[in-house]
Write a protein that binds this ligand. Structure first.
Ligand SMILES: NC(=O)c1ccc[n+]([C@@H]2O[C@H](COP(=O)([O-])OP(=O)(O)OC[C@H]3O[C@@H](n4cnc5c(N)ncnc54)[C@H](O)[C@@H]3O)[C@@H](O)[C@H]2O)c1
Length: 279
């Protein structure tokens, strides 16, 4: 089975490509390399995974794949508020182009969406039928992507699964754009204070990247493209303050914690109701 991972030189994408390649899949990575890391590229090259340097919006080879995992996106909440049109173009229109190509050529689609589509939670844990009310352009752009994917199913019979990922952590996360785990660890290893935006009482649901890959593997192996949406998280809330304390313990250093004002677009509580997940 041939699998294309768009954004496959990014954090989630490259871990997924390695995970699938190790299990015998014929995996190809597509990435503009705009926001990839040398860490990811070295790991992919080390495993002999082909890397196509191209923008997902302008790629014309979708017909060569059975499954496309669409991970390519801009992923920073704060940047999305400053650059809304670029986020809508890349994340929403980009998803339209990828999904339409999948529909035309009969490829099945896994669209990586985000818990950011929910905005501030009115029910906890967050069920997949929770009201959609994104409070950032990032979340809004990911939600538009979902609507487009669903509509292309109605009109063209596209087969898909949408995964709303909660906070993914693991090797190769780019701390410049996202990922509080990566940025805490990076600062801790340099002996710098950990910066918490807000009071640190906000909760997140941190899921290890290989657990996300395992969900995707099961969907592909089981041909479980049921045109549904799933939450992908652990269901266990952790406060940012608890995370900072855990990082201090793991790194074994006495580090200061510095509190700054909350970031715009930051939501208060987020953890998943996973009741319908496959694992
Ligand atoms: N990391 C998380 O915690 C998390 C949480 C929820 C959802 N997601 C979703 O998972 C996906 C992957 O996120 P990530 O954390 O790996 O981000 P990332 O920034 O590490 O990876 C994204 C990759 O996509 C590439 N890219 C961006 N636009 C592209 C385009 N038009 N064509 C080709 N390549 C392009 C970038 O160069 C980068 O390598 C995203 O769709 C994101 O919305 C991630």
């Amino acid at each position: 089975m041939r699998v294309l991972v768009t954004g496959g030189a990014g954090f989630v994408g490259h871990n997924l490509a390695l995970y699938l390649a190790e299990r015998g899949f014929d995996v190809v990575v597509l990435d503009s390399l705009e926001r990839s890391t040398s860490f990811a590229l070295e790991r992919l090259r080390g495993r002999g995974i082909p890397i196509l340097k191209v923008d997902a919006r302008f790629f014309d080879g979708y017909k060569n794949f059975d499954v496309v995992v669409h991970a390519a996106a801009y992923v920073s909440v704060s940047e999305s508020i400053e650059r809304p049109v670029e986020y809508l173009d890349n994340n929403a229109l980009g998803t339209a182009k990828v999904a339409y190509n999948c529909a035309r050529h009969g490829a099945r689609l896994v669209y990586l969406s985000s818990a950011a589509v929910y905005g501030n939670s009115v029910r906890l844990p967050v069920p997949k039928d929770h009201p959609i009310n994104p409070v950032s352009l990032y979340g809004f752009s990911k939600w538009l992507g979902e609507l487009i994917v669903n509509h292309l199913n109605t009109v063209y019979g596209l087969r898909y699964v949408i995964l709303r990922l909660f906070n993914v952590y693991g090797p190769g996360q780019n701390p410049s754009y996202a990922g509080v785990v990566a940025s805490f660890l990076e600062r801790a290893l340099r002996g710098e204070p950990l910066i918490i935006y807000g009071d640190g009482g906000q909760t997140r649901d941190f899921i290890y990247v290989d657990d996300v890959s395992q969900v995707i593997l099961r969907i592909i192996e089981g041909d479980a493209f049921d045109n549904e949406v799933y939450n992908v998280g652990t269901g266990r809330p952790i406060t940012i303050r608890m995370l900072a304390e855990a990082v201090k313990r793991v790194v074994g250093r006495e580090l200061d914690i510095v509190f700054k004002g909350p970031k715009p677009g930051d939501i208060r509580h987020s953890y998943a109701d996973n009741i319908k997940l496959l694992i």
